[in-house]
Write a protein that binds this ligand. Structure first.
Ligand code: ADP
Length: 752
């Protein structure tokens, strides 16, 4: 009898990437393959998307643990992607079903844009009828058909445009922002040298996400997005007015960021050429156009994209293996910093509704559908791009608010200061800048900032205000009280890490002795350690994580010729965030955390793993150790132990990454986060001060929402001794990290 398909004992998953490629797709494929194998399923990669599904044969290949080794850091998709017209026909889809059944696959993880996911859902809906047709034409045996009554779909959105409703971020959008922001920073310096104007066109199809966020992150002078088109008659005039005012105020460059889908309110496209002509004619400036194009799609994925894709891939496998076989298609997404599943078609339909609203020129609905944080970001941008602030409203109280940076430097501090100063001034307040942390505050290093004092701050690493770890004690407090009175301060914003928080809390705790301290104070989390209370993300941690990921990438490359294991030490104090997230993003074998401790048994087990791996062809190992993981089992101790025991089999080198982790220009994520935090903090101080209240709080993003926790409540959730939250959200990802880093499936279990 002719074999007409397979009825495997194990569950079989097919994984494909389809439509436009996006950085991070490889990380998703790797996670799908490894999580599925670990769960006891078989995984097939379907090469070249739906095209490969229709071609079948060699295009559908069984994957093993090592097939997806060494791809985490690569851009694009190693299993290929394509657009396929044939799949849009029923005949094409019938052939696709036949090929899936021939391989016993009835679960699919589709990584692509809304087109690819729509196609997947159609395939699921038509599955039984197509299977019946295949049985009728004797292409498939009845037994096979009966063994696969349903097709299960889990979709992951791979798209740099971040245009899917139902997920806060799509795979690739963060990396695209990295590319854009790097380019705009570079253009900005040449533009400033020549006093030129630049029009920079960014991708995004009908979504303004990339344009909006890159404008927010770079301090562009003007931004045009599809969801908020300007008036037909006077958009050019308004834009030129702001650009000219910027020049008059001392801006050396004019940058306009233009989304590729930008139009005016009548729906007429606004192209880069149109913007260039307008600026040339009206302002007589030398204007250059840069269309960023495919650079935005390329390159190694950012740490955020690697970790997002990894989590989404694992969630897709859980859905495909544990969900009900006849359940609707689901899409895995990120909502409020957690992975969620949403009904796929609902998400696609709502995404199409945005386009329908844009087509109908119903801009308000389009903006609403993009969501709260998109709307808010646009509102903030409109203030920040202003060349000059609004005139103060007569009769409204003008507050005197101070801003300072304290503790260790964190990339993004300047971005926060810039946003705080500009938003404060725009609301009519006096913004006082304190230099050199609490020491500078004591010494009276304070000046009033104006709008242009923070020009260029958006993209700068370090802290222009200067920084210091000083904690005020004894007579310092008296001096500080005097300063607050002399300056008639109505509120204080402290941007920094835990020592800054402690200093700010000291003022609060000393209120009984110093009535001058009865002013509202707010702390903005800025530290690479990401160890602050009531904040899931602190400004600077994403930049540090990317610096670590880059460094580990280079370290790995240095070892191509030899069998080598690296022990890499990263910062974080007692908090393992950087160590763990960099392990997840680099595919390191092990991570040593203070949260878990290190025992001799752990080290022996890891040594066994290395010996076993290097004996069977492994060429490279990376172990990441948090700086305070264990006082005895230091980085050099672990390295020496492995070196001694590795004998001739492999060499060991250690690397302490050190202060490079605190440096560098902030990533787009950190810039946007810093800006949003700062705006909320100024609003907080304003509300407290105008209501005659003197609340003191820390701000934090928790479950995707900004919240304030009063100083009195901080200790409830914070371990002051170890300087980290008692419960850390990212520890929930720990099992995933352990699973993916194994040398092969079931390694842990075999060892147990
Ligand atoms: P993206 O997935 O990035 O949105 P496309 O819209 O080009 O990219 O879709 C990729 C592929 O998905 C198409 O070439 C086609 O094979 C398939 N596809 C898209 N839309 C449909 C549809 N409505 N029905 C069936 N297949 C579709």
């Amino acid at each position: 009898m002719v074999w007409k398909g397979s009825t495997p004992k194990m569950k079989r998953i097919g994984v494909l990437t389809s439509g436009g490629d996006a950085p991070g797709m490889n990380a998703a494929v790797r996670a799908v393959v490894r999580a599925a194998i670990e769960a006891g399923a078989e995984v097939y990669a379907i090469y070249e998307g739906y095209k490969g599904m229709i071609e079948g044969g060699e295009q559908i290949r069984l994957m093993d643990w090592n097939s997806v080794g060494g791809i985490l850091h690569r851009g694009g998709t190693v299993i290929g992607t394509a657009r396929c017209r044939e799949f849009q026909t029923r005949d094409g889809r019938r052939t696709a079903v036949k090929n899936l059944l021939l391989n016993g696959i009835d679960r699919l993880c589709v990584i692509g844009g809304d087109g690819s996911l729509t196609g997947a859902n159609i395939l699921r809906q038509e599955w039984s009828s197509l299977v019946e047709e295949l049985v009728a034409s004797k292409a498939i045996a009845r037994k096979v058909a009966d063994a696969h009554p349903h097709l299960m779909i889990a979709g992951l959105v791979g798209s740099i445009d971040n245009d899917m409703v139902g997920t806060d971020m799509t795979i690739g959008a963060d990396t695209a922002l990295h590319r854009i922001v790097e380019a705009v920073d570079a253009i900005s310096s040449t533009a400033a040298s020549h006093q030129r104007a630049f029009v920079i066109e960014v991708m995004g199809r009908r979504s303004g996400y990339l344009a909006l966020m890159s404008a927010l992150a770079t301090g562009a002078g003007w931004c045009l997005i599809p969801e908020a088109p300007p008036d037909v008659d006077d958009w050019a005039e308004k834009m030129c007015e702001v650009l000219a005012a910027g020049r008059a105020a001392g801006r050396r460059q004019s940058l306009v960021i233009l989304a590729e889908g930008a139009t005016d309110r009548a729906g007429n496209p606004i192209t880069a050429d149109i913007v260039k002509n307008v600026i040339e004619e009206r302002l007589h400036e030398d204007v250059r156009i840069t269309v960023l194009g495919h650079v935005q799609r390329g390159g190694s994925p950012s740490a955020f994209d690697r970790n997002l894709s990894t989590q989404l891939g694992a969630a897709a496998v859980a859905e495909l293996l544990d969900g009900a076989p006849d359940s609707p298609s689901y899409m895995m997404g990120l909502k409020e910093n957690r992975i969620v599943r949403v009904p796929l078609m609902e998400a696609v339909e709502r995404t199409h509704a945005v386009n329908a609203a844009l087509n109908a020129h119903d801009w308000q609905t389009a903006m609403e559908l993009r969501g709260r944080s998109y709307k808010e970001s646009f509102r903030i941008l409109r203030t920040l791009v202003r060349a000059l602030p609004h005139q103060p409203v007569p009769g409204r109280k003008r507050l005197r608010l101070a801003v300072m940076t304290a503790s260790a430097p964190a990339p993004g501090m300047n971005t926060a200061v810039r946003a705080a100063v500009r938003i404060g001034i725009d609301r009519g307040h006096h913004m006082m800048a304190i230099r050199n942390g609490f020491q500078g505050f004591i010494d009276g290093e304070i000046e009033e900032f104006d709008w242009m004092s923070v020009n260029g701050f958006a993209s700068m690493g370090g802290s222009e205000l200067g920084i210091n770890r000083k904690k005020p004690v004894g007579k310092d407090l008296y001096t500080l009280a005097r300063r607050i009175e002399e300056l008639e301060l109505d509120g204080l914003l402290m941007v920094g890490g835990w020592s800054g928080y402690e200093a700010a809390m000291t003022l609060y705790n000393e209120r009984a002795n110093y009535p001058a301290f009865n002013i509202p104070i707010v702390c903005l989390p800025a530290t690479i350690n990401n160890n602050l209370p009531a904040a899931e993300h602190s400004v600077g941690a994403d930049t540090a994580l990317n610096s670590i990921v880059d460094a580990v990438g280079k370290i790995k490359q240095s070892a191509v010729a030899s069998k080598r294991c690296f022990v890499v030490e990263v910062m974080g104090r007692y908090c393992g965030y950087l160590a763990f997230m960099s392990m997840l993003a680099t595919g390191a074998e092990r991570v040593y955390l203070h949260e878990e401790g290190i025992t001799l048994q752990d080290l022996t087990r890891d040594l066994d793993m290395l010996i076993q791996g290097f004996s069977s062809g492994k060429r490279l190992g990376v172990m990441i150790r948090n700086e305070f993981a264990n006082p005895v089992y230091t980085t050099t101790f672990i390295s020496d132990l492995f070196e001694e025991e590795g004998k001739e089999l492999f060499e060991v080198r250690w690397s302490v990454l050190g202060h490079m982790q605190q440096g560098g220009d902030p990533t787009p994520f950190d810039r946007v986060l810093a800006t949003r935090y700062a705006v909320k903090c100024i609003e907080y101080l304003e509300t407290e001060a105008t209501e005659g209240s003197d609340g003191c709080a820390v701000i934090g993003l928790q479950h995707g929402s900004f919240g304030f926790t009063s100083f009195d409540d901080v200790n409830r959730t914070y371990d002051v001794k170890l300087q980290r939250p008692k419960k850390q959200w990212w520890m929930d990802l720990r099992p995933l990290g352990a699973l993916l880093a194994q040398p092969e499936a079931g390694f842990h279990k075999n060892q147990a």
